[in-house]
Design a protein around this ligand. Structure first.
Ligand SMILES: Cc1ncc(COP(=O)(O)O)c(C=O)c1O
Length: 415
């Protein structure tokens, strides 16, 4: 692909240079149409049986994006009180939120209980605590199905070496604790990992959870987790996740399960990245270019405080170059190897190493692709830098500020 931002008409005719000048850099820019499209796709994965996609909002809790999820008709997952509060503020009714917590205090659990938000417990201890503060309550349990998968060790969220879920061999203990506190186990959930471009590991995990579900009678829902991947190497024509094939295979598994189980509970999944990653980019400014021991460093304002994925997970993000408002194409004879880095005082503050890029000049813009998921939601004020602003390219082509840049007054407000 020559240019994603041109092919997708990401800026909808707006000049990215003008947007960068008006709102400053670094800047998160989202495209409403792309986000709506991906949310609609996940909402329709299963159409034959009762099914709900839960947008996993850890990926991006911007209120405008949550409102898109709400309007498309997907539900949402929350991992914390903060995420529950954001979802409520965006207008989600409590019953459309699912609190999938991990090692939380009684107070945080109580927030969910008091607000009528369905909850899943992730350990026997947490189930016991829930029973103690909410005798007779309803809840789900997160199962660790014993196998995980994912693009990086740090995003594998099931299997013998992760902190998540209750092991299958402890299922009898779930029933004991439930009986002791008069709890009703209404659902089971899992999340095995992230960024599957090939559906095989997810589908294997579906089989596994359906097998485990047979040990629970009378479930109201079974939630298979998230993890659908997106093509981070799209400039090299990486193929996208084949939703059609996935839906077909997923449905066939349910076709076989329902007669055995005797009923069709509500089936759910929890995609996060797939919904928003491709609908977000970061615009950053090049402030310095230098050679150190034969390596050419492109110094920008997109530090690891703005996007931590490359330094945390060694993640790849395609980067396009914009000079005077125009994309500089990656023509083979014009490429040069460079290392693009940020402005944070860490040698790991690198967006990409030794990557072949088109010629870049001081003051050019870089456009970091696929940054809508785990971008702003993981950004920090490290080095006491201000968190960036976020703007939306709306369906009608207008550019809307959807979260202002942090200010130094915001920083001082904690004191
Ligand atoms: C419990 C749970 N559900 C859903 C997700 C969303 O995963 P993804 O963004 O890969 O779809 C995660 C991510 O780690 C998770 O931990």
């Amino acid at each position: 692909m020559r240019s994603y931002i041109e092919q997708a008409d990401f800026f909808k005719g707006n000049d990215p240079e003008k947007i960068a000048e008006e709102f400053g850099t670094p800047l998160y820019v989202y495209n409403e149409d792309i986000i709506r499209d991906r949310m609609r796709r996940v909402a329709n994965v299963i159409t034959k049986y009762p099914y709900r996609a839960n947008y996993s909002c850890k990926t991006n809790t911007n209120l405008d994006i949550l409102k898109i999820a709400l309007s498309v008709g997907v539900n949402a997952d929350a991992m914390s009180e903060g995420e529950m509060r954001m979802l409520l503020k965006a207008g989600f009714p409590p019953e459309r939120i699912f609190y999938v917590c991990n090692n939380v205090s009684a107070d945080e659990m109580r927030f969910a209980i008091d607000n009528g938000i369905p909850i899943s417990l992730d350990s026997l201890d947490q189930l016991r605590l829930f029973g103690e503060i909410n005798r007779g309550g309803r809840c789900a349990v997160r199962i660790n199905p014993g196998v995980g998968a994912g693009h990086h060790e740090k995003v594998v969220t099931a299997g013998k070496k992760t902190k998540f879920g209750i092991a299958e061999e402890d299922i009898d203990k779930i029933f004991d604790i439930a009986a002791e506190h008069d709890l009703k186990i209404v659902g089971i959930n899992q999340h095995v990992g992230s960024q599957f471009l090939d559906a095989t590991p997810f589908l294997a995990a579906v089989d596994n959870l359906l097998r485990i579900a047979m040990k629970f009678g009378d479930l109201e829902f079974i939630d298979f987790g998230g993890g659908y991947g997106i093509p981070y190497h799209k400039l090299d024509d990486e193929k996208e996740f084949d939703m059609e094939h996935f839906s077909k295979e997923f449905t066939e598994k349910l076709d076989r399960f329902i007669p055995q189980y005797g009923s069709a509970p509500l089936f759910k999944s929890e995609p996060g990245r797939y919904c928003v990653a491709e609908g977000g980019v970061i615009l950053g400014r090049v402030h310095s270019i230098k050679q150190n021991s034969g390596i050419k460093y492109i110094g920008t304002d997109v530090g690891m405080n703005v996007l931590v994925r490359p330094s945390m997970y060694d993640s790849w993000h395609d980067i396009e170059v914009i000079s005077n408002g125009h994309v500089v194409y990656r023509d083979k004879d014009e490429l040069e190897k460079v290392t693009v880095c940020g402005n944070i005082c860490e040698s790991g503050d690198v967006l990409c190493k030794d990557r072949e890029m088109p010629k870049i000049a001081d003051n050019d813009l870089i456009c970091v692709l696929d940054a809508g998921a785990y971008g702003y939601s993981m950004c920090s004020s490290y080095n006491t830098r201000l968190r960036p602003a976020e703007v939306m390219i709306c369906s009608d082509g207008s550019v809307k500020l959807i979260r202002r840049r942090e200010t130094f007054e915001d920083m001082f407000a904690f004191y």
